[in-house]
Structure formats: structure tokens, C-alpha cells
Ligand binder design. Structure first.
Ligand SMILES: [Zn+2]
Length: 276
């Protein structure tokens, strides 16, 4: 029912609301199941047709105050480092698109046998069934896959150490700072190269005042779970629109549209006041 309402509102929104030419829209996916892969490709076609699709390097250029195109720009990101994102990474490479992948180091380091229970417990305790159709949907990307994705030109960021972060908890240093070193080792890079953190689940619940400071001290970019405009070019609170590969077109429009942003606005304002 909720999906149907979003579907209908989305079409309405699409007629009356469109992103400005100097806007950067950031979308975030989770798993890309095999069943929804064809739909994912259609969504990428839609992005290519309607936006200037950019990669992480051009995003950094945008946050330095540059306008990239006379079309709104769009960056694709993926959360959680799920194995089924590997096929999406290969497809995007064929399309000459580079994306951001936000990885949970403890998930990668968990044995393959234990990854499905880690996934269910830490990453997807809610709506598990709509994200898991086959075995790769609850496994982590392997180190080899991540290293191969690096050669494709994709970028990586830290998505906490264990995906259990809550606001102002005592293990903030482990989740925000030590996780950077863990991921750098997996990717075989210097940790200085990891300048992006992506908060988990709902930024308003998982990032407190202290966490926000710790993220800003240790990372240049903080990707949030808040939809909204990036016109203010605030690199410590990057807004992202949640899109899933099984979304119908109306749901996709809803996610990218104005109603969704307005819906979240009060929560974003409250959060910004809290962490200021
Ligand atoms: Zn996540």
C-alpha cells in the first residue's frame, strides 16, 4: 500500500518538480538482486537520459563550488558492500560510470559461512525478505571483488565498522575511526585515501553530536540518509535519495522528487541544529 501511494505521488511530483541545473542529486542503492537487475539497468538509462551522471572525482569538484553541466548532475552510491553489487559495478563500468561503494569492514572480514547471519542481524534486521532472493544477496563482496572494482575506477567509503552504530555510543571511535584503517587494509591502500564516511540506517538516529564531530575530524565527506538538496554544497552532510533496484518508475520519481524532500525537511533541520 505504501509503495502504491509513493508510486502515484511520484508521477504527480514528476510533473511539477524537477532538479535545478546546478543541483547534485545523489542516489543510494542497497542490494541489486538478480531478479531486479533488468530494472536496475532501466533506472541507469533513465539517469543517463535526464541527468549529467558523474563519478566520485567530479563530485569533489562540485563540492569545491564548480557547476558541472547545464543539466542537474547525479552520483550513484551503494551501501553495505553486498556481493550482488559486483555485477552492478561491472555493468556501470561498461556504461563508463564510476560509483561510490560504502563498505562495512567487519562484514567483509566475517567468514562466508557466517556472513548471512551477520547480514540478517547487523545490516538488514528489517525488510529482510524484500532484499534476499538468493545466496549472494546476503553475502559480502570479497576482498578480490573489491580490489577488482578498484581497478574499474569505482571509489569506496567507510560505512561504520559493524553496521550497529547508534548516536553518541561509547564505541564511536571504533565505528568511525578504526574502521577506516580496517577498510584501508582490505583495499590495500593508504587510509589517507579514504576520505568518505556514510552513516547507517537513519542519520538522525545513528549520528549524535560527538559522532558528527568525529566524522568531520576524520573524513572530508559525510554521506547521510537524508534526501534533500545539495545546493548548499555541505560536504559534511551530503543528502541522498534512496532508490532500490526493484522500484517502479513512480517510486523512483517519488524518491527524487520534492514531496519526499519536504517530508524529511523537519528532521534534517532538527538534526542540523543538534550537531551545529
Ligand atoms: Zn547500511
Amino acid at each position: 500500500m505504501k509503495r502504491l501511494i509513493k508510486y502515484m505521488l511520484g508521477y504527480f511530483d514528476f510533473l511539477f518538480c524537477s532538479a535545478q541545473s546546478n543541483e547534485l542529486v545523489v542516489v543510494n542503492y542497497h542490494g541489486i538482486t538478480q531478479k531486479s537487475f533488468r530494472n536496475f539497468k532501466k533506472q541507469v538509462e533513465f539517469f543517463k537520459h535526464n541527468y549529467n551522471v558523474i563519478g566520485p572525482n567530479q563530485m569533489k569538484f562540485y563540492f569545491e563550488g564548480n557547476i558541472l553541466s547545464n543539466k542537474p548532475s547525479l552520483l550513484i552510491t551503494f551501501d553495505d558492500g553486498i556481493a550482488n553489487q559486483y555485477e552492478a559495478a561491472c555493468y556501470l563500468q561498461e556504461q563508463h560510470i564510476q560509483a561510490y561503494f560504502f563498505i562495512v569492514p567487519k562484514f567483509v572480514l566475517t567468514s562466508a559461512e557466517d556472513q548471512p547471519s551477520f547480514f540478517r542481524r547487523n545490516i538488514r534486521p528489517i525488510s529482510y525478505n524484500s532484499f534476499v532472493n538468493d545466496s549472494r544477496d546476503s553475502l559480502s563482496l570479497t576482498q578480490d571483488e573489491l580490489l577488482h572494482m578498484k581497478t574499474m575506477g569505482h571509489s569506496f567509503g567507510v560505512h561504520s565498522a559493524t553496521h550497529t552504530m547508534t548516536a553518541n555510543s561509547s564505541n564511536a571511535h571504533f565505528e568511525i575511526v578504526e574502521s577506516k584503517n580496517q577498510l584501508a587494509k582490505i583495499l590495500e591502500i593508504d587510509e589517507k585515501e579514504l576520505d568518505s564516511f556514510c552513516s547507517i540506517v537513519d542519520t538522525s538516529k545513528t549520528v549524535g553530536e560527538n559522532d558528527f564531530k568525529l566524522i568531520a575530524e576524520n573524513y572530508k565527506y559525510h554521506f547521510s540518509t537524508f534526501p534533500g538538496s545539495n545546493l548548499s554544497r555541505n560536504k559534511h552532510l551530503i543528502h541522498r535519495c534512496n532508490v532500490e533496484s526493484n522500484f517502479y518508475k513512480g517510486e523512483l520519481y517519488f524518491s527524487l522528487g520534492c514531496i519526499n524532500k519536504k517530508w524529511w525537511k523537519a528532521r534534517v533541520v532538527n538534526f542540523s541544529k543538534k550537531v551545529r
